[in-house]
Each structure stands twice: as C-alpha cells, then as structure tokens.
Design a protein around this ligand. Structure first.
Ligand code: SF4
Ligand code: SF4
Length: 385
C-alpha cells in the first residue's frame, strides 16, 4: 500500500462526545453516529481509536457506532497496543484478541504500538512487541503496522534503526506550537522519520484544542489574511503540509467541526510562504500566553491515587493566567470540580505516577503547586473538607 496516496484526514476517537462531562464512558451515540456517518459521506474512511481511550471503552463505542452500522470495506479501523499495560508475551496476545472482540472485526487496517517512549522501550525489547505486531501482520490480522511516539528524536532514531523492518509508519505529535518545543521536538522527530523513509500520521495537530482557541491577537492575524478560513484549519494545514506526512488526525465534537475539517482536506492546499510567516507570529503570541502545555489527553489521571483532575486544573490555570484582574471565574470552576469528588491540587502526595504517564513530559507535580497557589491561596469559596 502506498501510504502517501491515502486520504489525508482521519477521525481521532480519543475525545468522542459524552453525555456527562465527568464520565468518559457515557457515550453520546446520537452525536457519535451522526459525526461518523457525516465523515464517511464526505469521502473519508479512517478512524483511529485505542485500547485505553475513554476509560478503556472507546473500542466498544467505535464498534457500536461504526463497525455494526457500516460495511467493513467502507472504513479503515486503527487501534493500538497499550505498551504501559501489557505484562508479558501472553498478555500481548490476550490484549490483541480482546481488541478484535471489542471492535467486532477480524482484522485491523492499521495497528500501532501505543505511546512508545523510554518508560516502555525496555519492556518492548524484552518481550519483542515489535515482532509480535509483525507476526500479526503476516497472519493477516493487521494490514499496516505503526508506532505512536512521544519521546526524544534520539530514541526514535535508535528504535527505527533496530526495528524499522517491523514498522511501516510512525505517528507523531506535530503542530506549529510544538514544532520547536524542547519537550516534544516535533520537527526533529519528523526529520528522523523522514531519514528512515517512514510515512507519518499526525496526532494532536490542534494540541488538544489549544490551537483552536488561540489568543485574540493571534486569531486577528489569521482572520485578516483569510476571513473564511477557520482557526483550526490553519493548524490542520500546517501539520499536513510537512514532508512525509500522509495523514492528520483530529477529534471532532461538533457537526461544525466535522464539516469544517473535512472541507479543509477535501480541497487541501499546503501553507504558502505568507501563511507560514503568520504562523510564526502566532506561535510567539501563544507562547507568551500559555503557562502549562497540557494537551488534555488524560493519560495521567488513570493512575492518580488522589483522583486529581489534572488536565481540567491545568486548563483552568492557563485560562486564569491569560485573565487580567484580581478575580477570575476559573477559581469557581476549580472549586466545583473539587466539590464533585476530585482531589484538589493540594491533595497531591507527589508519587510521580502522573509524570511517568505524561506523553508531554510535563512536571505535573510542580505545576500542581502553581495551581494550588493560584486557586487555593486566599480562596473566598468554601472547599470540600
Ligand atoms: S504525583 Fe500527585 S497528581 Fe501525580 S499521580 Fe501522584 S498524587 Fe496524583
Ligand atoms: S498532564 Fe500530561 S498526561 Fe496529563 S492530560 Fe496533560 S498532557 Fe496528558
């Protein structure tokens, strides 16, 4: 399969619509069905899920909304082996078979080793997860094998030099704000993938919504250049314009997003020089306005013994840091989340589990101290005892 001829856009299923904000398994099937159907009607076919998304229930939701409602040849289904979760060789086999059942299919079009990085690489070598997926490909249960990666370009280089024959493509976090960020290094990781001729799928092109809700000053620059183009379309086009990128994934939560994103890719145009120069200015503005570079992926929350709502708190903190004046409504939201049963930032026992899980390598504990300082010091609002 020539991956560079594939349709350039895929539906990311990490943040599907839910009925209750605090319950990731309360799927809003009415909306999910509608969005999936519309995406297919617009001529796209690729759906990207994972074993761990939505509290380990996303594969089941994709089965109900997609697999059970459409012919198998009408869509391409992708899921991923949870590298943090598997324990040994038998576990690889068990999880893979469970995934086929969860999704209700007998093969996956694409299948990735999920969230590869230093913390799981040794285990993957020990139990040879690389040849495990290659074997599944030879058995016809996977058509195309990939690896999603959130670590240094040096590690990516090492893995592709040793196991490149097992991996057809790489999934990388590429967006204009992380392009030169030292904790993500989008550009350098992409250069390594290019060096090994591995086509690239892009995740987090809008950085968990950060590049949709850009500061007013940045939005103004984009709108002045092209009043028709959405803010999101700039981020999607930036990712898709890079060398070796064959597909960009985006999660969609409204019909407007589905229509806007599919329109961007139906008549895809790479960014021109002027647009790239605008992006450079937008990056400067956003960097000056973002305190914590959290993508809201929620990987950190599963293992937190204090059930601290880490991504929600970071989002509120970022908003509060952009707000001028002595009082911000974010403090109200902060207390409401804590009152709903989550630990507060001050409940953190510094065990560090969240930092081991964070693909952005954020110093979560340190940032929680900042959150505490912002929202808990001199709080005028009663908090849960
Ligand atoms: S360090 Fe704090 S926030 Fe992180 S997992 Fe432990 S208790 Fe939760
Ligand atoms: S702190 Fe890290 S793991 Fe947690 S939601 Fe943010 S980016 Fe994801």
């Amino acid at each position: 399969m020539d991956l560079m001829n594939e349709k350039k856009f895929g539906f990311g299923c990490m943040r599907m619509p839910v009925l209750e904000a605090g319950d990731p398994t309360s799927f809003d099937y009415e909306k999910i069905n509608l969005f999936f159907d519309t995406f297919l009607e617009q001529g796209f076919t690729y759906f990207d899920t994972a074993y761990t998304y939505h509290g380990y229930h996303a594969e089941e939701a994709v089965r109900k909304a997609l697999v059970e409602r459409h012919k198998r040849e009408e869509f391409q289904l992708t899921t991923k082996m949870p590298l943090r979760d598997f324990k040994d060789n038998e576990d690889l086999e068990r999880i893979f078979n469970e995934q086929l059942a969860n999704c209700g299919v007998d093969y996956f079009d694409f299948y990735l080793l999920h969230n590869m990085g230093h913390n799981v690489y040794e285990k993957c070598c020990k139990y040879d997860a690389f040849h495990f997926v290659q074997k599944k490909q030879q058995e016809g249960k996977i058509k195309v094998v990939g690896m999603s990666f959130h670590d240094t370009p040096e590690l990516l280089d090492e893995i592709l030099s040793k196991y490149g024959d097992c991996i057809d493509f790489v999934q990388l976090q590429i967006n204009y704000i992380d392009w030169e960020q030292p904790n993500v290094q989008s550009r350098r990781c992409l250069e390594i993938a290019n060096k090994y001729d591995k086509p690239v799928t892009v995740m987090e092109p809008c950085k968990g919504g950060t590049l949709v809700n850009v500061p007013e000053e940045a939005a103004k620059l984009m709108k002045e250049y092209n009043s028709e183009a959405s803010i999101a379309s700039w981020a999607l086009r930036f990712a898709a314009s890079q060398k070796g990128v064959f597909r960009v994934l985006s999660g969609m939560n409204t019909m407007e997003q589905v229509m806007d994103n599919t329109a961007t890719f139906k008549e895809f145009k790479p960014l021109n020089e002027e647009e790239n120069a605008i992006i450079d200015k937008v990056v400067e503005i956003i960097n000056a306005n973002t305190a914590v570079a959290c993508t809201a992926c929620e990987y950190c929350t599963h293992g937190c013994p204090k059930n601290i709502a880490i991504p929600q708190y970071f989002a509120l903190y970022n908003s509060a840091m952009r707000t001028t004046g002595s009082f911000s409504s974010q403090a109200v939201y902060y207390n409401n989340i804590a009152l709903a049963g989550h630990g507060k930032a001050s409940d953190c026992i510094k065990c560090g589990k969240c930092e081991q899980a964070c693909p952005q390598h954020l110093e979560v504990r340190q940032y929680l101290d900042d959150v505490k300082g912002k929202f808990e010091a001199n709080s005028i609002i009663p908090t849960r005892k």
